[in-house]
Design a protein around this ligand. Structure first.
Ligand code: SF4
Length: 703
């Protein structure tokens, strides 16, 4: 990247609104714009604009021509220029070769200015240019007298990356695997596409006289040259490696969340399990002590426990990490030998998608063989015998009515599940499952029925998304009401009951669920907690050091936070309000607009009115609908930058006003600041030319 930018600034002049600017450095775009800045140093004149680009690209990648890797070749361009490349041998031949296709080239203007404008257009998706520390929104390139604008940023369309499905032959991976997680590889591919459009490899360099079809000499893909250069900082939880085991599933549920997704989602679809050498390479670069690992590829998460490499991978990870393994499984792979393995590599927690204990019904809806269903329904007893903690997952589709859920809980509760989660069904517009029911009505009815079940069971039941329950059943969407307690936990011993509304914790008055979550987590000695139960007020004592038993293991059940076993859905917090106030004050904005979703709008409005009553008068709410996914998806975490842009445009048209600050909750963006289609949130600012501030609001609305 540094070399290419150095070549461009030495050959061309960059402009902002026609004004010449000189970037001194660049940094990779990230979630919060906090990456280090690297200097841009002008490169000595190269043997030509195109040769300069080819040399820079072949320093870090090995090109593929007509489907074959070509470490060395000569090339010729339409304007008669010629050049070559020669990549040294792979420094670590045992490594898996991560290869990617070259996508279609973008449109570009002629000459070096056109070439540089096109290259900068793709690089600026991955990096930001700076002068000192100030961002430079470069929008044009000049070479001699010729000025070419950079391609305009359009958040509502996505670059064409080729197929999302695993590519035939298996050696090139879809660019969708890295679109949201390692966008520099996409920038490389698109950079190659611009270069590939300009040249063909000369026939003498191909040296394939026996080839049975004429070779075009066209570049078709590339392979990363030295994987050591692609290690990144990481938390190094073992899940970062074992998630690659979940590339395929052994059943096909009618309601599977992976069906009906758009073709440009930044998550690839696998056809088969990960190759052994790819997994071994990832394991080799996984370094929990140094907090480094190989760049992340993103594949659809299916079933973790069916890959035959499971024993090797789990044992290898346990040798380097003592952190908990957490798997969501449909239960059918949990044969005795797999349970033996999980016992061996504990700590392990499972969430099992049981859905129903009616075997024929489960078989039909999950497209399962009889033996698979038997395993899924009998494994729970064995897990309980081995004291391997597990939660249960159900989905509230019409096939699985609440009476069936109660039937299942009657039977399973003696096995001591840690929790039960019930997912309200969510479908994108293209989901193949036909919806013979009114979704809004079904959500409301299911929520009431499931919430009513809590009184009958000691297993905590959470409804996902929890915000829907809070909007529908609570007087106040922030109401500090608890959903239940994990059996065997300090919270269960304290005597909390589902529906208790917490009023005080120690000396603190409580008015939101977020306060419960954060305060209970900090308790270090027996503490008095006042709750309202029905019309009465009771004082309970939570002893953090009290005796605990299976299935309680601590503050977490996999990804769910349950402080001392207290199960409370998240809510927005006072800290979130302070972050909004700080952002508005720092920018001096007069017309701040806050983005929210249909599901969270009520919570957002009430929390601003409660904690920022003055700000409530000037704040405009833009409610974003999930048009990219469609169907009944209604959460900001799954909205794309295109959805956000559309919603703001619509409000500008509707109100006749423009924001001078956009406040954007950051939970829908990954570590790289990318949405589910791989688009960086900063493109909203680039397209609207309005300051956008990413809010680190309460994360993990996991239930
Ligand atoms: S078990 Fe999960 S991944 Fe597999 S088909 Fe069912 S919902 Fe999809």
């Amino acid at each position: 990247m540094a070399e290419v930018l150095g070549l461009i600034v030495s050959d061309a002049v960059l402009t902002v609104d026609g004004r010449v600017v000189r970037p001194t450095g660049f940094r990779l775009r990230s979630h919060a714009g906090d990456r280090e800045i690297d200097p841009i140093v002008a490169e000595p004149a190269s043997a030509g604009a195109l040769q300069g680009q080819v040399s820079a690209l072949t320093r870090i990648t090995v090109p593929q021509v007509d489907g074959e890797l070509r470490p060395a070749a000569r090339w010729r361009s339409a304007d008669g220029t010629e050049g070559d490349w020669a990549v040294p041998p792979a420094p670590r031949p045992a490594d898996f070769a991560f290869g990617y296709p070259i996508p279609p080239a973008p449109e570009m203007a002629d000459g070096p200015a056109g070439l540089y404008a096109a290259v900068l257009g793709v690089l600026l998706d991955a990096v930001e240019l700076v002068d000192g520390t100030a961002l430079l929104p470069v929008d044009g390139v000049r070479v001699g007298e010729r000025q070419v604008p950079l391609p305009a940023v359009d958040p509502e369309t996505h670059p064409v990356l080729g197929p999302r499905l695993e590519l035939p032959g298996g050696r090139l991976q879809p660019l969708h695997t890295v679109a949201a997680t390692e966008p520099t590889i996409v920038a490389l591919a698109r950079h190659w596409s611009i270069v590939a459009e300009q040249l063909v490899v000369t026939p003498e360099a191909l040296r394939l006289p026996m080839a049975d079809k004429p070779l075009s000499g066209r570049l078709t893909g590339f392979v990363l040259h030295d994987l050591a250069e692609w290690q990144v900082d990481a938390e190094c939880h073992p899940s970062e490696i074992y998630e690659y085991l979940a590339r395929v599933c052994n059943v096909a549920c009618q309601f599977c969340y992976l069906f009906g997704n758009p073709d440009d989602l930044a998550v690839a679809r696998g056809k088969k399990v990960i190759a052994g050498d790819e997994m071994d390479t990832r394991l080799r670069y996984f370094d929990p002590e140094g907090h480094r690992t190989l760049f992340k590829s993103q594949w659809e998460i299916n079933e973790f426990l069916v890959d035959p490499k499971l024993p090797h991978v789990l044992r290898s990870l346990r040798a380097v990490s003592d952190r908990e393994f957490y798997f969501i499984t449909n239960g059918s792979p949990l044969l005795p030998r797999v349970i033996d393995l999980l016992d061996e590599v504990r700590p392990v927690t499972l969430v099992i998608s049981t859905n129903t204990i009616d075997a024929p019904l489960r078989q039909q809806v999950m497209n399962e063989r009889r033996g698979q269903t038997e395993t899924a329904l009998t494994c729970l007893e064995q897990l309980s015998d081995r004291r391997i903690p597990f939660g249960l997952s159900f989905v509230a589709t019409p096939e699985f009515p609440v009476e069936r859920l109660a039937e299942a809980l009657d039977k399973i509760e003696p096995l001591r599940p840690a929790m039960v989660r019930v997912n309200l069904p969510g479908f994108t517009r293209s989901h193949p499952y036909q919806l013979p029911f009114d979704m809004a009505e079904a959500w409301e009815r299911s929520t009431r029925d499931i919430a009513a079940l809590r009184k009958r069971y000691r297993t905590p039941i959470v409804i996902i998304p929890s915000a829907f329950e809070a909007n529908t059943l609570f007087e106040d969407p922030h109401e500090p009401r608890i959903a239940g307690t994990v059996p065997g936990s300090p919270a269960a011993a304290a005597g909390f009951q589902p529906g208790d509304v917490v009023e005080r914790i120690g000396i603190f008055t409580i008015s939101s669920r977020a306060q419960i979550q954060s305060l209970v987590m900090t308790l270090r000695r027996p503490s008095r907690i006042v709750v309202r139960r029905g019309g009465e007020r009771r004082t309970l004592t939570l002893d953090p050091d009290g005796p605990v038993e299976y299935p309680y293991t601590g503050h977490l059940i996999g990804k769910y936070v349950v402080p001392y076993g207290l199960v409370v859905a998240p809510s927005l917090s006072l800290g979130d309000a302070k972050a909004i106030e700080a952002a508005v004050t720092a920018t001096g904005a007069q017309r701040p607009w806050l983005l929210t979703s249909p599901l969270m709008e009520m919570q957002a409005r009430t929390f601003i009115e409660r904690w920022l009553p003055e700000r409530a008068k000037s704040l405009h709410y833009t409610v974003v609908t999930n048009e990219y996914l469609g169907g009944n998806i209604q959460v900001l975490d799954m909205a794309t930058v295109g959805d956000l842009h559309r919603a703001i445009r619509r409000d500008i048209d509707h109100t006749g006003s423009r924001p001078d600050l956009v406040l954007l909750p950051g939970t829908g963006f990954n570590q790289e600041g990318r949405d589910i289609a791989g688009r960086h949130w900063g493109d909203l600012e680039r397209a609207l030319r309005v300051p956008v501030r990413l809010l680190d609001v309460t994360t993990q609305f996991l239930f």
